[in-house]
Design a protein around this ligand. Structure first.
Ligand SMILES: Cc1ncc(COP(=O)(O)O)c(C=O)c1O
Length: 451
């Protein structure tokens, strides 16, 4: 029998997060006046201990015992060699995937939800508001909130709210409140509904609603499931585990692949490897894969923009399609975000990572091919990473090269059966985004000196 799973014991769990800000410099976020924002300006929205992490440039940050204790419910996550997929593709490439679907919510998102809930609790926060696209992040924060005794309120992008009733039930089982966004419960939501009563919502709108609610009460803070430096930091446990597991397999990746919505599962896997490379380690290619109809890295501008539609967040320099851009309603809800993590954006700008975009149908085709070979139905978001992995494996075959490909299986698709039902019934199609809407959203980017 071939040894498929490379596993670490609980004792071998990483004890520190890797902070890539020790190895690259970054533009600070700006306030509406164009000046850098200080911690005190972020304090109404985020707990101070997380703000400190956001701006820290320490290379290694200790993971508190209280966080490790909860992470150990499912971590360390296995690294799996995809022998059956290799065989199906008849490729000389060695394909490995880090399987994050083993978490209780079914994806990588609890890695940061647990940390954010822990730090919020430490600061006396009683309630956390947030947004969710696919429902994975809302489920993760609901789970973490329940474990740490916090009230959780989730604004769920309307299209997903209707596509995924079981995600709602999952959040509610943990005692969280889940509201379809845009909603009539916030000024930002009502403003959208006034001009677009049939809006299917977007992550940008849901973020505005959640931030607005957090600003209303002193005991309430807001948590974001991706994009921010501290979120990507918490996800680095994935890559750190993977480094040790690749060592155990006596191998090292030539290519590291992750799907990219806000950039956290991609960064979580790739940053520890990129850190090694920046400090003189082995070279490899890092590929961030996004949807062709929300092509932030491949078609967006690298500019200062707001993280939400109502301009409540600071301005951050990132690849953006414009905060007012609402992508068409496709099935990878977690990838429907107008911006990209500033850290991932900067690495793309420096040429350290290579972005790539795939249309929806190609991704589902890849996901089904993977499921048939490896026995796991991936989340629609993850299918983007799989499409790129298959293309890379086929390139290796064409070139006769036995390269090592490592990708992040960011989540399983067991709650995404409507998407698979539609795909298998031939009801999915590749809907183009509107070039006019994109041009308009980019025209509306805030004017920032030097941006
Ligand atoms: C399974 C899965 N993968 C990927 C993503 C994209 O997010 P990120 O780019 O932050 O990893 C999501 C977001 O909800 C998700 O649920």
């Amino acid at each position: 029998m071939q040894k498929k799973k490379i596993v670490l014991t609980e004792d071998e769990m990483p004890r520190q997060w890797y902070n890539i800000l020790a190895d690259i410099k970054m533009n600070p976020p700006l306030g509406p006046d164009g000046n850098p924002v200080g911690p005190e300006q972020l304090a109404p929205v985020f707990p101070m201990n997380l703000i400190e992490q956001e701006v820290s440039s320490e290379r290694w940050i200790d993971i508190p015992d209280g966080v490790l204790d909860v992470l150990s419910i499912w971590r360390p996550a296995p690294l799996i060699r995809a022998y059956a997929l290799e065989k199906a593709l008849d490729t000389p490439a060695r394909i490995y995937y880090k399987y994050e679907g083993v978490s209780p919510a079914g994806s990588h998102k609890p890695n940061t939800a647990v940390a954010q809930a822990f730090y919020s609790k430490e600061e006396g926060v009683k309630r956390i508001t947030t947004e969710t696209g696919a429902g994975q992040w809302g489920s993760s924060l609901a789970l973490a909130g329940s474990l740490f005794g916090l009230e959780i309120e989730v604004f769920m992008v309307k299209i997903s709210y209707h596509q995924k009733p079981y995600r709602r039930a999952f959040m509610e089982a943990f005692g969280a409140t889940c509201i379809a966004s845009p909603s009539d419960q916030t000024e930002s939501g009502r403003a959208v509904l006034e001009t677009s009563p049939d809006s299917t919502g977007s992550l940008g709108i849901a973020i505005s609603e959640a931030v607005e609610r957090a600003l209303q009460r002193d005991d309430t803070k807001y948590a974001l499931g991706s994009v921010l430096n501290h979120v990507l930091l918490h996800q680095t446990v994935i890559g750190e585990e993977a480094i040790r597991q690749m060592e155990m397999a006596d191998d090292y990746p030539d290519v590291v692949i992750g799907c990219a919505g806000g950039g956290s599962n991609f960064g979580g896997l790739a940053f520890p490897f990129i850190g090694e490379k920046l400090r003189g380690g082995k070279d490899f290619r890092a590929i961030a894969v996004e949807p062709a109809n929300c092509p932030t890295l491949t078609k967006g501008k690298y500019a200062f923009d707001f993280g939400d539609t109502a301009s409540l967040t600071p301005l951050v320099k990132m690849h953006t399609l414009g905060a007012s851009f609402v992508p068409p309603g496709f099935h990878a809800g977690g990838l429907r975000y107008h911006g990209m993590a500033p850290l991932v954006s900067q690495l793309a700008d420096l040429g350290i990572i290579a972005p790539r975009a795939y249309p929806q149908l190609r991704c589902f085709e890849a996901g089904v091919q993977f499921a048939k070979a490896e026995g796991i139905v991936p989340a629609p978001e993850t299918n983007h990473a799989i499409a790129a992995t298959i293309d890379e494996a086929l390139r290796c075959k064409a070139e006769g090269r036995a390269e090592t490909i490592l990708f992040n299986l960011s989540g399983h698709g067991n709650f995404d059966m409507q998407a698979y039902t539609d795909y298998l019934a031939g009801k999915l199609y590749d809907q183009e985004y509107s070039e006019e809407d994109l041009a308009e959203a980019l025209d509306n980017l805030p004017q920032v000196a030097g941006g």
